[in-house]
Design a protein around this ligand. Structure first.
Ligand SMILES: [Zn+2]
Length: 191
């Protein structure tokens, strides 16, 4: 099913995502993603989130991504704060390849924006909780390894580090402007 294009505290990276057939996920994943945003809208009202690409309605090859073929992968654009320290939405438009063309430096800064690592941590923590409730696993998280120390230094850092698997080395594309989450379905018991 498609993720909603927007909610109280989140938007899709493009209002065209659904039209372009690029925001489909497994229904359990959709439930977990929405539930996590919902929890954050109550616990941390000020934060805003943008999700990225997920997959096609019927799954299958999803260039330029190497995964995203089975409805279990979701890209989340990094939550940011502006120069006044206020939560802001990452500008995503055709001119910056819907956010994917943005480049942050090693400290997570980019013209007028700073990655909000605390918000990433809170989001991952909320996602992990809602995924568990939906009977999903969170198989792995991909975020630029240069940002792991900042993420692990947040309030949720130690528990995220012990409970989730972070890809320890650079992926085939740099994950500075988004983090990628692979969910997993429970294995069917052998008969
Ligand atoms: Zn991805």
């Amino acid at each position: 099913m498609p993720l909603p294009l927007s909610g109280t505290n989140f938007t899709a990276y493009s209002g065209l995502a659904e039209l372009l057939d690029r925001n489909y996920v497994h229904s359990k994943v959709a439930g977990a993603v929405i539930e996590a945003y919902d929890a954050l809208s109550k616990s941390h009202k000020e934060l805003v989130f943008v999700y990225g690409e997920t997959g096609h309605q019927k799954g299958g090859s999803f260039p330029p991504h190497r995964t995203h073929q089975n409805g279990l992968s979701v890209d989340f654009m990094v939550p940011v704060r502006n120069t006044n320290g206020k939560p802001a939405s990452l500008p995503t438009n055709p001119f910056n390849r819907y956010g994917y063309g943005l480049e942050f430096d090693r400290q997570g800064r980019m013209r007028g924006y700073q990655i909000d690592f605390e918000a990433i941590a809170l989001h991952l923590e909320a996602l992990h909780r809602s995924a568990k409730r939906s009977g999903l696993g969170m198989q792995r998280v991909i975020l630029d390894p240069a940002y792991h120390p900042a993420l692990f230094a947040t309030s949720q850092g130690p528990s995220l580090r012990s409970q989730l698997t972070f890809r320890p080395h650079q992926a085939w594309v740099r994950h500075d402007e988004h983090y990628h989450v692979d969910f997993s379905l429970p294995c069917k018991p052998l008969r």
